[in-house]
Design a protein around this ligand. Structure first.
Ligand code: AMP
Length: 364
């Protein structure tokens, strides 16, 4: 394999950011890029996708179409991703032709729940105990070892609770394995957490870094419902959450944005649940409540521009608008403390992220 292409100079105004993926994270990234005078070229499947609607240019092809990836690489200055589940071959093909940030190793770690937890433990970051599962017999054994409750998850492509089964004890291993619906799984010890938080940190090519304030995330049916900024944490826990996020970003050599989801246990410990090497739903509040939003920070980091201030000028509460909750748009537009963001999705299927709303409050 040829060595990956790197960029030694920042992408200047007029340059083009390549974004793989056409969802709402790509849309808000493209809008932030435009505000910095940059163009965005989105690689996606249809012109109706949220990011495609606001991009300067589009390549529409499957993620494994190497010829299309090659044309895309020629048309942009730097490539990034708005989701991490893209085939290994495709990233390698791109990285030989154009600067790709974050690098392949970061994506690989975050694509696989066991690789992610192995990596975290190797660098001294605590997680809940876990076991690799390859079928009902290993599930039965692991459930005995870890005890119940425990959570069975697919190792790849699971998000928003998809591919997850809660084991309360006494379940049939065959049935639980079938319900998970994958060829490889991970069994995790269930964490009786006090709250869930996340830290989003940006890291530039020169190693400079900036983290947003830790926030509290409240899930409903495994999907993020609300984010409260800032999280009500002790000074020591706040400091430790930031330290962990920085340590992980450094150890990965990440250039871009890293979201670190953590559980806070009743006795004040932090356990990392999941990583995302991109903007994150729990950072949407930064659009309205910080000097620099997570999307602008992401663009700055991957384009090699100086990082902006992550300072929070207001406290905030963000709520996702799922499915027909987005029908409230007119009422929300009448609310003077609400900032409405809609993603341009035509069909409001149940549970689909259609938009979000952020309420600003005076800083506490
Ligand atoms: P995930 O897809 O891993 O982010 O899981 C979605 C949500 O399920 C998390 O945000 C938690 O609310 C819950 N969850 C996942 N894993 C665990 C665990 N090991 N213990 C307790 N709750 C969990």
């Amino acid at each position: 394999m040829a060595p990956p292409v790197d960029l030694t100079t920042p992408v200047p105004p007029g340059g083009t950011l390549g974004i793989i993926g056409g969802g709402q994270l790509g849309r808000m990234t493209a809008l932030a890029a435009a505000r910095l005078g940059l163009r965005s070229h989105v690689f996606c499947q249809s012109p109706d996708e949220p990011a495609a609607q606001v991009a300067t240019a589009l390549t529409m092809a499957p993620f494994n179409d190497l010829a299309a990836l090659e044309r895309f690489a020629q048309a942009v200055d730097v490539v990034t991703f708005e989701f991490e589940n893209i085939p290994h071959e495709s990233v390698r093909h791109l990285a030989e032709r154009v600067c790709v940030r974050p690098n392949w190793e970061c994506l690989q770690i975050c694509q696989h729940r066991i690789d992610e937890k192995d990596f975290l433990n190797r660098i001294g970051i605590p997680t809940t105990p876990y076991r690799r599962i390859d079928g009902p017999p290993s599930l039965a054994l692991a459930a005995d070892e870890l005890g119940c409750p425990s959570v069975l998850k697919t190792t790849r492509l699971g998000y928003d609770g998809k591919g997850q089964v809660l084991l309360r004890g006494g379940e049939d291993a065959e049935a639980a394995w079938a319900e998970m619906g994958g060829s490889e799984g991970i069994l995790e010890g269930f964490v009786g957490f006090e709250r869930e938080i996340s830290v989003i940190i940006a890291r530039g090519p020169d190693g400079t870094h900036a983290a947003f304030d830790p926030v509290e995330n409240i899930h409903r049916h495994h999907i993020l419902d609300r984010t409260i900024a800032p999280a009500a944490l002790s000074k020591a826990t706040d400091r430790e959450a930031r330290r962990m996020a920085h340590h992980i970003a450094e150890a990965m050599g990440l250039v871009g944005l890293l979201a670190v989801e953590m559980f806070v246990t009743g006795d004040g410990r932090l356990l990392v649940n999941e990583l995302a090497p991109r903007p994150h739903n729990s950072g949407h509040w930064t659009l309205d409540a910080c000097v620099t939003s997570q999307f602008e920070q992401f663009v700055r980091a991957v384009c090699g521009l100086p990082l902006g201030s992550p300072l929070r000028h207001s406290d905030a509460e963000m709520r996702n608008l799922l499915g027909d909750q987005a029908d409230e748009w007119l009422k929300l537009l009448h609310d003077p403390s609400a900032k409405l963001h809609l993603y341009g999705k035509a069909e409001a299927r149940p549970g689909r992220k259609m938009g979000h709303v952020t309420w600003l409050k005076r800083r506490g």
